[in-house]
Design a binder for this molecule. Structure first.
Ligand code: SAM
Length: 282
């Protein structure tokens, strides 16, 4: 039987790039670093080095930042809910699933991606993880996404995680994704959604360069890549309109990044994280 796929699939070269950068930065495993990622990293290296020297930050520096922020928030959620179950969507070549399964062997942690990436990741995990659970080969915009939730125990809390994903979709499609997560997760006593997000780079002195790079990325990934939000309030409102009751935005400029940002202002960071959640209605 052929697998159901939507037209909302962007090509995954960025996942190869990110996977390689994480390996280079010492926060991943060699098995998750591909040749394609290495080639892309070599190609972009001069531009990234220039940005780090003259701007004080680059795309690759945000990759580590967003990854670490999400890891910290996930650790904190597991401490609060030791029976937490995790579904990482569009996980690409992220080491997170592998790392958390090693360090928290008691939790259920499943990863999902499109068929090609799911196959590549599965092969990589098999080299480094004895009992790696099967990757879920699912398109987020098909009915199969709903079925992925049925694989979890609905008497225990669930967290859905995405990283480097939501800017690739236009706003109506992002609304559809958030609504699906809220709806399919409503049978769980608690549903959490952790994600990163690139806000409008309005406060950055390189806003123009970042904008031009984002247009290039949009074209190269054949996606709708764009910046959807300018303030934490915009994000909060959007997630609330699309099915979540609690929404906390974290801006790294707030030094206590495990507590949500109290600021309603854009503090100038290139990447934020969002923790949206719902409790089951009785
Ligand atoms: C930019 S990458 C991010 C991957 C990884 N989370 C990271 O941070 O590097 C986006 C991922 O989304 C996946 N993807 C794109 N469209 C998708 C869809 N419709 N359903 C499921 N996954 C999708 C791609 O295969 C790719 O692995």
């Amino acid at each position: 039987m052929t697998q159901a796929l939507s037209k909302h699939r962007h090509i995954s070269f960025t996942a190869h790039y990110t996977g390689y950068i994480w390996y280079q930065m010492g926060i991943s495993h060699q098995a998750l670093a591909t040749k394609k990622g290495k080639t892309l990293a070599a190609l972009v290296h001069p531009l990234e080095s220039w940005a780090e020297k003259y701007v004080g930050g680059s795309m690759r520096s945000t990759l580590k930042q967003r990854h670490t922020l999400l890891d910290d928030q996930l650790k904190s959620l597991i401490e609060q809910h030791p029976q937490l179950q995790v579904l990482e969507i569009a996980s690409g070549l992220s080491p997170r699933g592998w790392w958390f399964r090693q360090h928290y062997p008691e939790i259920t942690y499943r990863e999902l991606d499109l068929p090609d990436m799911a196959q590549t990741k599965q092969a990589a995990l098999q080299q480094i993880e004895a009992d790696a659970p099967d990757m879920l080969s699912v398109d987020l915009f098909t009915q199969e996404f709903k079925q992925a939730f049925d694989l979890f125990d609905s008497s225990l809390p669930l967290v859905v995680i995405s990283e480097g994903l939501i800017n690739y979709f236009d706003k109506p499609l992002l609304a559809q994704l958030i609504q699906s997560i809220a709806q399919y997760g409503r049978t769980f006593p608690q549903l959490h959604y952790l994600t990163d997000l690139y806000p409008e780079p309005v406060k950055n002195k390189l806003a123009h360069i970042i904008w031009s790079s984002s247009k290039l990325l949009k074209w190269m990934s054949r996606s709708a890549f764009s910046f959807h939000f300018t303030t934490p309030n915009d994000v909060e409102q959007f997630f609330k309109e699309n099915g979540f009751h609690e929404v906390k935005v974290t801006q790294p400029a707030d030094s206590h990044h495990l507590t949500p940002s109290s600021s309603t202002e854009h503090l100038g960071d290139l990447v934020w994280t969002i923790h949206a959640s719902n409790k089951k209605q009785r």
